[in-house]
Design a binder for this molecule. Structure first.
Ligand code: ADP
Ligand code: TRP
Length: 321
């Protein structure tokens, strides 16, 4: 089955991104036909400057390759290297009622805040529909915030198919309830926008500093401690085997250690966990030409699927004459 996903190149990756979306996608590569791309056209709607956008795009590619994106098993490319998507975006916009986009939350939220929206943001769901439909994606694994976008893609596909026959596969979203929501250093959902993140590839000293700031209960050193609601424990358990989890629980229950000790432990296991990925990242960071070559090959692979579809679309819509 084809699993399809777009990744916005929006900055340093944190461990919430890792457990919420990267790790599930990486481990799906053995069983599924993973199609993953860096959504750099999409990132334009957040007003990233030119230089920064280019930098973030190559950084995202480097990070994903380091974390195990395997270009031999999967198809991995940068959105703008497969320009057919922009052509399809235009065609699909002829099948997109204004009302459908006016109800889209990314646009509605901005308007509600009194922020002037541009057409790029307004039509963002149509570009996302083009991404999905161009590659005949059956299942689109998403976080809850993206469900509406997949539904819009489905609505557009139905309208198009009604006019021209069964050209597009109707995509379905999949929200994996087993995927964990990773808490941030303050206990609320880890997110860049809340400033409570622990980055995957931070410097060691910086990471230790961030971990030290994790909010914990104020309990005397010798007292037994609760682990269930402890932010340090809840982050640490993501990295631990069942046995190591039980061992850590026992340390909490026994008392005699403070949260400071558990924080040092968390910093250590986190650093060890990402060691092989960090090494791979260092390799790719100093071989950026190789990264560009991989992306080019990925785009060629993606275009093999995109071209027959866009040809079909041109033909049924009368664009091909
Ligand atoms: P942020 O909230 O930091 O801006 P993004 O919205 O860019 O993160 O998220 C990219 C991906 O990472 C999404 O698929 C999202 O579901 C996942 N993700 C982000 N934060 C978390 C979290 N705290 N727990 C689980 N998954 C997360
Ligand atoms: N809009 C998605 C996000 O912000 C990224 C994305 C773009 C995407 N095109 C996609 C996700 C197609 C899935 C399928 O996270």
């Amino acid at each position: 089955m084809r699993l399809f996903t777009g990744i916005q190149p929006s900055g340093d990756l944190h461990i919430g991104n890792y457990f919420g979306s990267i790790e599930p996608m990486i481990s799906a590569q053995d069983e599924h036909d993973v199609f993953a791309f860096i959504a750099n056209y999409h990132a334009m709607s957040s007003g990233t400057g030119a230089e920064r956008l280019a930098e973030l795009t190559i950084q995202a590619a480097t990070d994903f390759l380091a974390l195990g994106m395997d270009p031999k098993k999967s198809t991995f490319w940068v959105q703008s290297d497969v320009k057919e998507v922009v052509e399809l975006y235009w065609v699909l916009s002829a099948f997109t009622p204004m009302g459908l986009l006016e109800r889209a939350h990314s646009y509605k939220d901005k308007m509600a805040k009194g922020i002037a929206a541009n057409h790029n943001l307004f039509s963002y769901p149509v570009l996302m529909a083009a991404d999905i439909l161009l590659f005949s994606s059956e299942v689109v694994p998403v976080g809850k915030d993206q469900i509406q976008h997949v539904e819009i893609a489905r609505d557009i596909a139905i309208k198009f198919n009604n006019a021209y026959g069964d050209i597009f596969i109707l995509p379905e979203y999949k929200v994996d309830e087993n995927v964990k929501t990773v808490p941030g250093t303050d206990g609320s959902k880890m997110s860049k926008s809340y400033g409570n993140t622990i980055n995957i590839f931070g410097e060691e000293k910086k990471q230790q500093k961030v971990i030290k700031k994790i909010v914990t209960e104020n309990v005397p050193l010798e007292a037994p401690k609760e682990y269930e609601n402890c932010n340090v424990y809840n982050i640490a358990k993501l990295f631990l085997s069942e046995n190591d989890c039980i061992e850590l629980q026992n340390r909490y229950k026994k008392g005699g250690e403070g949260h400071g000790h558990f924080k040092i432990y968390l910093a250590e296991i986190l650093w060890e966990y990402y060691r092989p990925y960090r090494e791979k990242r260092e390799y790719y960071a100093s071989h950026q030409d190789e990264v560009r070559e991989i992306l080019k090959m990925g785009a060629d692979k993606a275009r093999k699927v995109a071209i027959p579809m866009i040809e079909k679309v041109r033909s049924v819509t009368g664009i091909k004459y």
